[in-house]
Design a protein around this ligand. Structure first.
Ligand code: FES
Length: 217
């Protein structure tokens, strides 16, 4: 038998009271609130799961920003059109050339010849990259396209950025944290050294010769 007390409590005869007054929550309401709580919990958990994704996206952004900065190679403020500089590509370790074209634009290429791996310097007289080993010629103004000799394909183009102050960055490499940037640009040798000097018998000796392994001269 169920008795209702003056305080509005029901006695189910089990020695326990179940509140039924104004502060009590009907079962259906309780269930609705519980369901809402579960949904909120799921939403919060989903939010938590999104956080790593957000962090990943932020990390990706930071990585691409670092890649945009690149590795400082040096300054080319005083380099004139048709002059070139050499350096070692920080990513591949290959000998590379940085050329200021006649139109003032800077371009950079991996100087390892695509024929047999000799180091290819720039010849400012011909305005071409000329391989001293077997005479392949590449046009730096046209993506180092092969314009003569046995090379099967152009030299590899290297991505660079030149800022308004003349600082050049290799964009295919990332700066090493804690390592101070060092000027890597060196003036290229004059064209006579590149194309070879004329011998007494009228033939031309080969100039600079180098393979990918010996790093050039
Ligand atoms: S290695 Fe350059 S032409 Fe042969």
């Amino acid at each position: 038998m169920t008795n209702i007390s003056s305080e509005g409590r029901q006695d189910h005869g089990l020695g326990q009271d179940v509140a039924t007054g104004p502060e009590s929550v009907p079962r259906s309401t309780f269930m609705r609130r519980a369901a809402a709580g579960v949904l909120l919990g799921v939403a919060a958990s989903a939010g938590d799961m999104l956080s790593p994704l957000k962090m990943l996206a932020a990390g990706k952004h930071a990585t691409s920003a670092a890649a945009k900065v690149g590795v400082w190679l040096g300054n080319v403020k005083n380099v004139k059109p048709n002059q070139y500089l050499t350096y070692t590509d920080p990513k591949s370790g290959d000998p590379s050339v940085l050329i200021r074209l006649a139109n003032g634009q800077f371009v950079s290429y991996d100087a390892v010849c695509t024929h047999a791996g000799c180091t290819v310097p720039y010849d400012s007289t011909q305005r071409l990259l000329v391989c001293p080993c077997h005479g392949a010629r590449f046009d730096p103004a046209r993506g180092a396209a092969v314009v003569g000799g046995p090379a099967p394909q152009p030299l590899a183009k290297l991505p660079i950025r030149v800022d308004t102050g003349g600082n050049v960055y290799a964009l295919d490499a990332k700066p090493v944290p804690g390592k101070a940037p060092v000027n890597q640009l060196k003036p290229g040798p004059p064209a006579s050294k590149v194309s070879g000097e004329e011998n007494d018998d009228g033939t031309r000796s080969r100039g600079r010769k180098g393979s990918k392994n010996d790093g050039g001269d």
